[in-house]
Write a protein that binds this ligand. Structure first.
Ligand code: SF4
Ligand code: SF4
Ligand code: SF4
Length: 238
């Protein structure tokens, strides 16, 4: 049965336990960072961060400062555009496990040229994959595939102390997401679920998506045909 995350941002305290647990479980290298006047650290996803808690501070319509937290990660799209594109370049570079719904980047991604890797990144509606410029490997959240297929929770879900990160059968997560949405809407009338029909990482937002992150939501990912693929070639990286 396909799995899904339900990520309830209304509960997130930005403790970054999920971000750290992800690095620890996957033995990802540390990042050199510097004080940039924000708690968002590192500044963006990178080959050493499959998970990043994004911070957004803004003033709402009635002059109240809102601080929104967004634990960003791959959405494990139901029809993943990254795989559709990669399949046209190098079959097997990106796989989708039908049982869990996990979208997996393999070692074969090292064989993609820098330009092809850029096209794959460009195809992602959530700007998720990153390339290690030294090894050529493209990487992102794995859904903690080895943990999940051994009956364990993803590391980020296991450590989350607030109930923000949830994981389970897709139907159960959708049910929980809709139940929480109805509750949260009593306090935040504009609350919404981000692209629940197309993704396996369903975010509940209490505020407009742009008040979280540029890629908090996307237009519904459409299957990538050759015409769209070719149109994307040569486009600069966002
Ligand atoms: Fe938010 Fe949970 Fe991650 Fe802490 S561990 S930042 S509460 S999602
Ligand atoms: Fe691929 Fe991006 Fe969807 Fe993840 S979020 S499955 S990287 S298209
Ligand atoms: Fe990282 Fe695993 Fe969570 Fe993905 S599911 S963000 S790989 S800890």
């Amino acid at each position: 049965m396909p799995k899904a995350f339900f990520i309830d941002t209304s509960r997130c305290t930005a403790c970054r336990g999920c971000q750290l647990a992800c690095k620890e479980w996957h033995e990802l290298p540390t990042n050199k960072t510097k004080q940039r006047g924000t708690h968002q650290n590192p500044p963006d996803l990178n080959p050493g961060n499959y998970k990043l808690v994004r911070f957004n501070e803004h003033m709402d319509d009635i002059g109240v400062v809102r601080w929104n937290f967004f634990p960003d990660q791959c959405r494990h799209c139901v029809v993943p555009p990254c795989k559709e594109v990669a399949d046209m370049i190098l079959e097997g570079a990106i796989l989708r496990d039908d049982t869990t719904g996990a979208v997996l980047f393999t070692d074969k991604t090292k064989q993609l040229s820098a330009d092809d890797a850029q096209v794959v990144r460009e195809s992602c509606p959530y700007d998720i994959p990153r390339r290690n410029e030294e090894t050529g490997l493209m990487s992102k959240c794995t859904m903690c595939f080895e943990r999940v297929t051994s009956g364990m929770l993803p590391a980020c879900v296991k450590v989350c102390p607030t109930g923000t990160m949830n994981f389970g059968e897709r139907e159960a997560m959708l049910e929980l997401a809709n139940k929480r949405l109805a509750e949260v809407k009593k306090t935040f009338p504009n609350a919404m679920l981000a692209d629940p029909d197309f993704t396996s990482a369903i975010f509940l937002l209490t505020d407009a998506p742009e008040n979280y992150h540029t890629y908090a939501v996307a237009a519904a990912p459409e299957p990538m045909d050759r015409k769209r693929f070719l149109a994307g070639l040569g486009k600069p990286l966002r």
